[in-house]
Design a protein around this ligand. Sequence first.
Ligand SMILES: Cc1cc2nc3c(=O)[nH]c(=O)nc-3n(C[C@H](O)[C@H](O)[C@H](O)COP(=O)(O)OP(=O)(O)OC[C@H]3O[C@@H](n4cnc5c(N)ncnc54)[C@H](O)[C@@H]3O)c2cc1C
Length: 367
Amino acid sequence: MGKVQSILIIGGGLAGSCAALQLAKRGLQTEVAHQNSIAVQTASMVPLALYNPAAALRAKKGWRAEECHKALHGMIDELTEFLGHDSFVSKTGVLRPSLDEEMALHFKKSAETEGWPEGWVSWLEPGELKERFPESEHRWGGLWVQAGMTFDTPALIKGLHQMLTEKYACRISERKVVNLDESKTGVEVRFEDGSAITAESVLLAAGASSKEIIKPVAFNLHPVKGQTIEIKRFLPETFSPSVSSRGYVSLHSHRVVVGSTYEHHFKDLNPTAQSAEFLLKKVPKSFPGVRLQQLSITKSWAGIRLTTPDRLPLLGLIPGKKRIYFSSGFGSKGIMFAPYCGICIADHICNVNDLFPETDLHRQVYH
Ligand SMILES: Cc1cc2nc3c(=O)[nH]c(=O)nc-3n(C[C@H](O)[C@H](O)[C@H](O)COP(=O)(O)OP(=O)(O)OC[C@H]3O[C@@H](n4cnc5c(N)ncnc54)[C@H](O)[C@@H]3O)c2cc1C
């Protein structure tokens, strides 16, 4: 196939929207089909999402952290300029109070040995943590991730779609794709309403629904249900960062979202009262002065993250196809990975660069 000129992106979540932006920047005519307002399975509708480059118990610097950071900031800057505001993000850091000796050891080690760029991450001794963030658990010290941010994810996606439409002439529609059929001349795309189009090429970024659209998608992709709860603000206005220790309490504007569960076996995607209670009980662990009776839940939300065994995304041409590309497997790090992976997959589709072997989907194909 010669140089690709047009592409249909199936999925308007973080993966699809970030890839669409980069493909449009490279001169491709882009179109996005999604079903965000009706699909319960759109992970990118998670109410608030953290960008925490020092995540998990060991707080290690992840895959190509600097490139991911730069790509994310590039996208934020462009969107902020386009919208004229940045109300979709709080650049207020992420605080990681240690909850025991073991966490403290890991966090301190991360600050000292991970080679963080200047101004990203620092260790706070108990006294300093107490002085700066008095409401937080402070007995074992904590990690201050200054580079951390909190996103109103639906607002981010809405802004990206508006920019794609108005600045890049990308056509975006809410339509459910039910089947893809590749021929020598193009990809026949069938929609739920019975209509069909022929696309020159396709990027499948439909998250957990991808396997229903192209059968079989034989990748090692594991669905993990996650629930969040939104609660009334219980912290003083002076406390601004999101907090992530075991579970997280994310703050943006006046909103507080507590997350999240990791459910490997689940019957359906409905939020449950049991998970809500489990999440609520996490709050006093990070904020010992808070009593459960003070907290009230206003909303619950649940979605699916798709994870891979090595916790890295899956990008590339679907095996056996010449015109159907795939982008998925962002796990709990959609905000961190999607902007940079959008660049990687767009470069690959435009024959500018090969994919990194660590994210090439061939590594996770069933044999
Ligand atoms: C509870 C929870 C908490 C999370 N917290 C964080 C966090 O704090 N930080 C972070 O970085 N990440 C977080 N994540 C992960 C993040 O949400 C995902 O990694 C990311 O949103 C995945 O994006 P995606 O575009 O691959 O998939 P999705 O967001 O699922 O997007 C799939 C897209 O495909 C569309 N679609 C599906 N089927 C069809 C179809 N048949 N036809 C057309 N379109 C279709 C959908 O409408 C949607 O637009 C969290 C996830 C969950 C579930």
